[in-house]
Design a protein. Structure first.
Length: 297
């Protein structure tokens, strides 16, 4: 008589082979238990390594840094604002020095963008401040446009130089309370740097939820920027600690979680002319505001 232990082992092995043959998707089922954003990130890789960038610590004036922007073709200087005082800051990357000029009173300023002719600054209540680009950084002829947007809180502004259109994204707006979306507004820009309403867009929460189950009822973006070579939108959320990438029509393509140890309070995003990615973060519980540069792979 054969050893009963050997027979039992053989029977179990045969049963395992039969089970795997009848269930070829067993591995897929195991993967499906992983968080949605983990699966999505594997499927939609962005051309940046967010865990490894060039870190630039900022002076005390920019502890509360919010938006960042570049003049066309001028990558050395990063223009920035902070969300407490009405100053335009210029941070020179090679020297790490900061200069600044006033453009308005103290207030909650959230984002900055630059067209071919004007600077634009977004206040949290939706007001837009604009002034012409000057050779010596002299700020003159500042114009404030009010009542362009529905009541709400706004943190994201981007000017697309190619189309000469501005995009403003809600952080928290009344119009979205009964809808599963985050609304945005499009404006054409006239020769005086004035915004003219042109249209609307929205990011659907169900698309975000498919990538991250934690995003259910709200998505609170803090900044956005368009990557000109791919036409993709990179949308930052400090509250959700996420970097969302959408196509040109704001359909979600990927979601990358952001490490709060690296990004305590990320509120600014932009690209230089070589499509390197920049993300700014308020100091949070650290002692300095930060700008990270991520080189395109």
């Amino acid at each position: 008589m054969k050893n009963p232990t050997i027979l039992t082992t053989m029977a179990l092995g045969l049963a395992s082979v039969i089970f795997l043959a009848c269930n070829p998707n067993n591995t897929t089922k195991e993967n499906s238990n992983k968080p949605a954003h983990v699966q999505a990130e594997k499927q939609q890789q962005i051309p940046y390594t967010l865990s490894s960038g060039i870190k630039m610590s900022l002076p005390d004036e920019l502890l509360e840094i919010s938006g960042i922007a570049f003049l066309a073709g001028q990558d050395d200087d990063i223009y920035a604002i902070q969300d407490e005082q009405g100053f335009l800051y210029k941070f020179n990357q090679p020297t790490q020095k900061v200069t600044f000029n006033p453009f308005g009173k103290d207030g909650d300023y959230e984002d900055i963008s630059i067209s071919n002719t004007h600077f634009f600054i977004l206040k949290s209540n939706g007001s837009i401040y604009s002034f012409p680009i000057a050779e010596k950084d002299d700020i003159k002829n500042v114009v404030e446009q009010k009542n362009l947007l529905p009541k709400g809180e706004y943190e994201g502004l981007f000017v697309d130089r190619e189309s000469n259109q501005a995009y403003v994204l809600c952080k928290e707006c009344k119009v979205d309370r009964k809808q599963s979306q985050t609304s945005g507004y499009v404006f054409s820009i006239d020769e005086r740097g004035q915004f003219q309403p042109k249209g609307e867009f929205a990011i659907q929460l169900d698309e975000l939820h498919a990538f991250d189950a934690k995003i259910k009822k709200t998505f609170k973006p803090s900044a956005l920027a368009k990557k000109a070579d791919s036409k993709e939108w990179y949308i930052l959320s400090s509250v959700d600690k996420a970097l969302v990438v959408t196509d040109e029509n704001f359909h979600v393509k990927s979601l990358s979680p952001l490490d709060p140890k690296i990004f305590p309070q990320p509120e600014g995003i932009n690209f230089d002319s070589k499509f390197n990615l920049y993300i700014s973060s308020e100091a949070g519980n650290q002692d300095k505001g930060i700008i990270y540069k991520f080189e395109q792979k």
